[in-house]
Design a protein around this ligand. Sequence first.
Ligand code: UDX
Length: 494
Amino acid sequence: MDQVQQQQQLSPHVLIFPFPAQGHVNSMLKLSELLCLAGINITFLASYNIHNRLLRHSNVISRFSKYPGFNLEHLPDGINENNIHTPGGVMELYTALRSIGRPFLTELLSKDSGDGGKNMPPLTCIIADGILSVALDVAQEFGLPVLYFRTISALAFWAYFCIPQLIEAGELPFSGNDMDLPIVNVKGMEGFLRRRDLPSFCRVDDLTNPDFNSLLNETLQTPRAKGLILNTFEDLEGPILSHIRTHCPNLYTIGPLHAHLKTRLQVHTLNSNSDSSSYSSNSLWEEDRSCINWLDKQPYKSVLYVSFGSITIITREKLWEFWHGIVNSGVRFLWVIRPDLIRAWNDELESSNKSTPMQLEEATKERGHMVEWAPQEEVLAHPAVAGFLTHSGWNSTLESIVEGVPMLCWPYFADQQPNSRFVGEVWKIGLDMKDTCDRRIVEKMIRDLMVERKDELLHRADHMAKLARKSIEKGGSSFCNLERLIDDIKSAYF
Ligand code: UDX
């Protein structure tokens, strides 16, 4: 056994188990890399399909190959990740994850090392996605500590966590009407939270709705974990974090993770005197870099970046309203249109003579550029970008915050509804356009973001960006919390 192998055998070994979706896998891979940099052995457990996509589309494998203590595992086939936004889709995914994950985890933990025979030391801890209590259940049988990593914002987690109080007070359920009525039983959000700002799964008439219950049950189990890791920073969500600490005192706020990882890789490169530690995203789709060349040719702070993340689907009618609104606003734009963004697009093409994405592209050539998937972090960091029309996914929100780019929010589902309320009403670094999709409103709000209120929003976004960066510098809150997490994992102190 050489020196590296000996060192590896003495280091802790953590199993990282994400929920199978881009936003979750993305941030949990970043956490994995941060822990690898600290000399901790990692086994990353992906679903069968995500594992295959990681192999096909990303450079994850080549990047992680420089960490001898990193091991990629996958669950057996049988989990369909694509139906998550259909009614019953969340519960279906949970049922599959439980029935496939439970026996697999049991077998994995029964083995000496949990690494599929790759000469790793025994597992010392699990970091599971905060909505995968199946990991808690199995780990408990083996006496292994579990930390939870919730990939959403603290504010959205807290809104989910308070649902029992909302039910008790009669604020839930509500039918689709009076969406502007205030919600008063989420502590710390009184005064600005409305029905429409609750996580979308709360929009149910019937509290026995299976998707609603799956997510609620998972969230309420969080205090069973030995600690909760959140991709956020204290200056952003401090008041909400204080409320969460009353139920989950061992909180590790270590975000924004992508920026944190970038900084630590730079330091590592300097210290090890090598250039092998370059940073890259963890995309499950192929990135079209033509948009960077296009951005290079645009004036400073002139472009609106439009992307609705990896899960959102919209109807052709809504896409059409967006297109009119964006084009009529007169701004330059870079638009990500995933091939599966539009519901039933292919079927409709057969019977319709309306514009296709190709024709849209033709019509927008003058001021716009479209891609199927962009290198988003790089796009948001580009000097030509001045605004982000976003679905308010948490990764997208943090990536925008770090680059000081004001947002126009059009949330699709889940945590995105409360996220966009905080962007518009609390942090005041953007505008919230939820629940409307009318071309005149889209046009007006884009002009507000990019012209009328541009300076004011840029100023506030720039201030928040500075706070984000401060948190990951040596001595900053996220920096110190990551050090504490690493120490706790190394000393098995939970
Ligand atoms: C969803 C939820 O919306 C999110 O809030 C939750 O935390 C995780 O699940 P998703 O819809 O994928 O995630 O949105 P988001 O969290 O914003 O993640 C999208 C990721 O894809 C970002 O890291 C973004 O940089 C990346 N992306 C998106 C690209 O790299 N290229 C693109 O063209 C679009």
